[in-house]
Write a protein of this length. Structure first.
Length: 659
């Protein structure tokens, strides 16, 4: 439910900001979080991903350009430095030295005054010893000059560049403060364009364990996934899959987010809805609503070449490419540390919840029959839009008459799966269904399913390496962009444009989560990536910053405030379900960081599937097995063994596949 869906052509009808003049001022809401702006991303940048081999960051623009963000790591960055020019005893010239305040700071050093000048980018200063004569730093030749243009000092005198602020104290001492952001800004290098891979409307991006690029976009109403196989600087592009055409609708969401499974075996593809809330949307002369290929998550083997995903219900079901159904626009997907897949989903042009869903094979998440846990009122035979207080009069759906009495609304196809429950304290406001009041769920001792309407959750990431410290370890994080893209969230008075901490727990086979705001004040935060204990946020609006949000790092003795016990050792649990069909989950625990090898054998001892062969941090993990071999063959019923090797730990268990 994004405002530019009504302002821009289809090619960019996602979450593009309506407020390009917004300037970011991110503010941490917890004392143990720091935020550093480390650069800016090119215009129209939508995605950020890391190369797992070396943690290099890459971004993807809507137009199909992939950039490498050559950003110095934390240990490689130049700290805030001040060039100090003190008058010599004769008062005829200045002796220049450098001070790094975080390492050592002389007594009486005017640090706050210097930082203020840098923050204001103030490069002129008055000298009180010369009747306030004006001096200024000229960036064009890195010199200090006396007004109007007399050269006083050259860059090799004070040996510091670039300068962000200039201050002169009452004793006539000169202070030049380093522009740390510019000094540490990484190089932005284009590594591929639409000319290389053939897509010029791209919104999905992920990078495989071996550094292979995967991008997804649209081409003539088809979703297309491309694979970029890298050899050094060379990239060879191969088409993984494309759908048959998905006809345009009243409010199409052709936004193919993608994510690779943790073992790189599959690529999951979001295929958004073609309607706002299931209204009749003509297609090819028919009064169609949703189509078999729309409002779903598709899945194909990542190593495929030239797969055609069919549009007919029968062919799609037979091919097995539809993984889950009933999602309006799952624009962001990510795997949790235990291997569970989650997706964000934004609601309609009405005050119904945005969602976070635990995505499972064969499940239906309710669209267009339900939003959050509220039924679509157009299903009611006596529905009257004039009395529907969920509808927003200024919304596109209301203005175009997409809410109407609809006696032919189709019946629900199957049982629906509920979204993740929001236990508060944040992002949990809702419109009460009887009187229409706007309430805060946790303040009312209620729960929400999942987010405040119109907050538009994006940038979903998890601490899959358990690199975070304290109560953040192993948890998820999510951005909200709603207030930047449109004003429909305003009447909920829920401050968004933020980063949320998501602490999840599973209860009775369902997920619940506490959501807490960590950072506020972004300008159009559109995507995020996580490296160790640092979250990198990119913005669509304002100066299009890339921000490094540093959280506490894991230590050898880190515990989660008692909510998760310290690891007592290694373990390999019995798979569940067992016997199984079509898939089962294997859970294991690592006491130490190190390589992990988890393999499936048949009853004769032949290895049939490698589930994990990678480095892992100490922690709890789970992985699913779908009863297939490494080459994708469906295995026969029978007894199988699964074996783990990690450090000193070796263990084997048995499971049963029943076809």
């Amino acid at each position: 439910m994004y405002c530019l869906e009504k302002r821009l052509p289809l090619i960019v009808t996602v979450i593009l900001a309506c407020s390009a003049d917004i300037w970011a001022q991110p503010n941490p809401l917890h004392d143990d979080i720091t935020i550093t702006k480390i650069g800016e991303v090119p215009r129209r940048t939508m995605r950020i991903a890391k190369d797992p081999r070396n943690n290099d960051l890459y971004t993807l623009s809507i137009g199909g350009t992939i950039y490498r963000m050559a950003i110095p790591g934390p240990s490689e960055r130049t700290p805030f430095t001040v060039a100090v020019g003190r008058l010599d005893p004769g008062g005829s010239t200045r002796i220049w030295t450098k001070v790094v305040p975080e390492q050592a700071m002389p007594e009486g050093f005017p640090l706050e005054a210097i930082r203020q000048r840098v923050a204001e980018n103030e490069l002129t200063a008055k000298n009180p010893l010369e009747d306030d004569l004006l001096y200024f730093y000229r960036a064009t030749d890195a010199s200090i000059r006396k007004f109007p243009r007399t050269l006083v000092y050259e860059q090799n005198d004070f040996d510091l560049e670039p300068i962000g602020g200039f201050y002169i104290d009452p004793e006539g001492t000169f202070y030049l403060g380093l522009d740390v952001e510019s000094a540490n800004a990484g190089e932005v290098v284009s590594v591929a364009t639409s000319t290389d891979h053939g897509l010029n409307d791209t919104q999905g991006f992920d990078i495989g364990l071996d550094g292979t690029f995967y991008i997804a976009g649209n081409s003539y109403n088809r979703i297309v996934v491309m694979r970029g196989e890298r050899t050094g600087d060379a990239i060879e592009w191969v088409e993984v899959a494309r759908t048959e055409p998905i006809p345009r609708g009243t409010k199409s969401h052709p936004h193919p987010a993608i994510v690779l499974s943790p073992d790189d075996r599959y690529v999951y593809i979001n295929s958004g809805s073609r309607t706002d809330h299931g209204e009749i949307s003509p297609a090819d002369g028919q009064n169609a609503r949703e189509m078999p290929l729309s409002s779903s998550i598709l899945r194909v083997p990542a190593g495929s070449k030239g797969v055609i995903i069919p549009s007919s219900e029968a062919a799609l079901s037979a091919a097995g490419y539809r993984f889950a159904d009933g999602l309006r626009n799952a624009f962001d997907m990510a795997f949790a540390p235990n291997g569970d897949l989650f997706a964000t989903d934004n609601g309609p042009d009405a005050d119904m919840a945005d969602e976070l869903n635990w995505i499972r094979h064969g499940h239906h998440y309710g669209f267009p029959w339900r939003f959050g846990t509220v039924d679509n009122p157009m299903q009611a035979p006596d529905y009257d839009p004039a009395s529907d207080f969920y509808i927003l009069p200024k919304s596109q759906a209301a203005q175009k008459g997409w809410y109407y009495n609809d006696p032919d609304f189709p019946p629900q196809p199957m049982a629906f799966t509920d979204p993740v429950v929001n236990l508060g304290p944040d992002a949990d406001r809702y419109r009460e269904p009887v009187l229409g009041d706007i309430l805060d769920a946790s303040d009312e001792s209620m729960t929400a399913s999942t987010f405040t309407p119109h907050s538009s959750p994006l940038g979903l990431v998890f601490d899959v390496e358990n690199a975070m410290g304290g109560h953040f370890q192993g948890d998820g994080f999510i951005l909200r962009i709603g207030g930047d893209c449109c004003d429909l969230i305003d009447h909920f008075k829920d401050p968004d444009l933020d980063l949320l901490h998501m602490e999840m727990k599973k209860q009775n086979g369902k997920y619940e989560a506490y959501f807490t705001r960590l950072v506020e004040g972004f300008a159009g935060p559109i995507d995020a990536e996580i490296i160790e204990n640092r979250i990198y946020v990119i913005e669509w609006s304002g100066e299009r910053g890339i921000w490094e949000v540093s959280l506490p790092a894991r230590t050898a003795t880190a515990v989660r405030d008692g909510t998760r016990p310290a690891l007592s050792g290694y373990s390999l649990e019995q798979s569940y379900p067992n016997p199984f069909n079509p898939q089962t989950t294997i859970t294991y625990r690592l006491a130490e960081d190190g390589p992990v090898n988890l393999v499936i054998f048949n009853a004769t001892g032949q290895r049939v599937r490698t589930l994990v062969n990678a480095e892992r941090r100490a922690g709890n993990y789970s992985v699913e097995w779908d009863g297939r071999s490494d080459d994708g063959q469906v295995l026969a019923s029978g007894i199988y063994l699964y074996r783990i090797e990690s450090g000193p730990f070796r263990h084997t268990r048995r499971l049963v596949l029943v076809r």
